[in-house]
Design a protein around this ligand. Structure first.
Ligand SMILES: CC/C=C\C/C=C\C/C=C\CC/C=C/CC(=O)SCCNC(=O)CCNC(=O)[C@H](O)C(C)(C)COP(=O)(O)OP(=O)(O)OC[C@H]1O[C@@H](n2cnc3c(N)ncnc32)[C@H](O)[C@@H]1OP(=O)(O)O
Length: 324
């Protein structure tokens, strides 16, 4: 147990992305625009709210802001749990910013990929208990963000009161639909989350799961119907950033908050040591294979055929949005 604790300290007890990989980071002021951090030292709970309109897609700067925010919260010993949420009520995160992948700058591309690897190291390996509040869509790397957390609650969707149209969020690794493959470590994270056969099927088909199915395969831990709650807790209201202060009666955020509170009450050393049991080897593997993974990614993504698929995908995405 002692050696486990010592190893837990080694991996989780210090600022992982400072000590393990010296990549560039934005100043906190800029990072705070992309990811809003709020903390409540009394309850030991923090909230990281992704705020990169229109879709919280992951550019290099967004990845760096996520890592910076985790680092800042981890440095506060009073905080044990963090909720990862979004200012966009319909999109948790649209995954990688696809414009980073099309006709990429050859110097930026590896740095961009390093920044995503760093999110894996910092979020999946965080000492904090992490709860993803998935209000809206979470495709590809958006799903990865959720899987890197300890617990996932997802909205069951809602009905637009004006148009009466139903909004049903989806989650999954849909990369094959873009003509690319999920990176091996992201695919393996899906295997660890939903099991071998479900992951094998979902990876090949690029399945995006609606909430009920995501729950059935174990991709999320809970789904929450949208009906507004009758009352909100003051502590949650205080934690919400001004951009989403009006969400205090949102049952999804309330559910995420209650789960964060459950985690915050577990003795942290025990919680962190048990988190290591399942995550340590994967974090170390990423660190050991980081350069190889980056070369693999850059080589794959710059292939002519892959660029063709990605360009067509980005075009379709823009056309779809323009037609709205
Ligand atoms: C053995 C293996 C071998 C090799 C592998 C090695 C390495 C791996 C290689 C490559 C791996 C690369 C990994 C990629 C992972 C990813 O994350 S790829 C990104 C995948 N994301 C998506 O496919 C999502 C695309 N978006 C959507 O489907 C929809 O936008 C969404 C359902 C999220 C929301 O729909 P809706 O509410 O209708 O909004 P709009 O579609 O209208 O979008 C609003 C605006 O947002 C912009 N946008 C959306 N998504 C992205 C994005 N991912 N990046 C950048 N921008 C995005 C969209 O264009 C609209 O903008 P506009 O209004 O036009 O300004």
């Amino acid at each position: 147990m002692n050696s486990l604790r010592a190893r837990a300290h080694l991996l989780f007890g210090r600022r992982s992305h400072q000590s393990l990989a010296p990549h560039q980071h934005l100043s906190p002021a800029v990072a705070n625009d992309l990811v809003i951090s709020t903390v409540d030292e009394n309850s030991g709970i923090a909230m990281l709210t992704m705020n990169r309109p229109p879709a919280n897609s992951l550019s290099m700067e967004m990845n760096e802001a996520i890592c910076d925010s985790i680092k800042t919260i981890e440095a506060n010993a009073k905080i044990q749990s963090v909720i990862l949420s979004s200012t966009n009520p319909k999109i948790f995160s649209a995954g990688l910013d696809v414009t980073e992948l099309v006709s990429p700058d050859k110097d930026r591309l590896p740095r961009f990929w390093n920044s995503l690897q760093q999110v894996y190291i910092d979020l999946y390996g965080s000492r904090l208990a992490t709860v993803a509040a998935i209000q809206g869509h979470a495709p590809a790397a958006g799903c990865f963000l959720a899987m890197a957390c300890d617990y996932r609650v997802m909205s069951a969707g809602d009905i637009n009161s004006d148009t009466k149209k139903k909004h049903v969020p989806t989650i999954g690794l849909n990369e094959t639909q873009l003509g690319i493959a999920a990176p091996p470590w992201m695919g393996q994270l899906l295997v660890r989350t939903v099991g071998f056969r479900q992951a094998e099927l979902a990876l090949a088909l690029g399945t995006l799961f609606p909430p009920e199915q995501a729950l059935a395969v174990g991709l999320v831990d809970d789904i929450v119907p949208h009906q507004k709650a009758e009352s909100g807790e003051d502590q949650l209201i205080d934690l919400l950033p001004s951009q989403i202060k009006d969400q205090a009666l949102n049952p999804l955020l309330q559910r995420a908050y209650s789960q964060a509170r459950i985690y915050a009450k577990i003795p942290p050393q025990a919680r962190v040591a048990s988190k290591m049991v399942t995550r340590e080897e994967h974090i170390f593997r990423m660190i050991a294979k980081r350069d190889e993974d980056t070369q693999h990614f850059c080589g794959f993504v710059t292939q002519k055929a892959v660029q063709k698929n990605l360009s067509a995908y980005v075009e379709a995405l823009k056309n779809k949005s323009a037609k709205k």
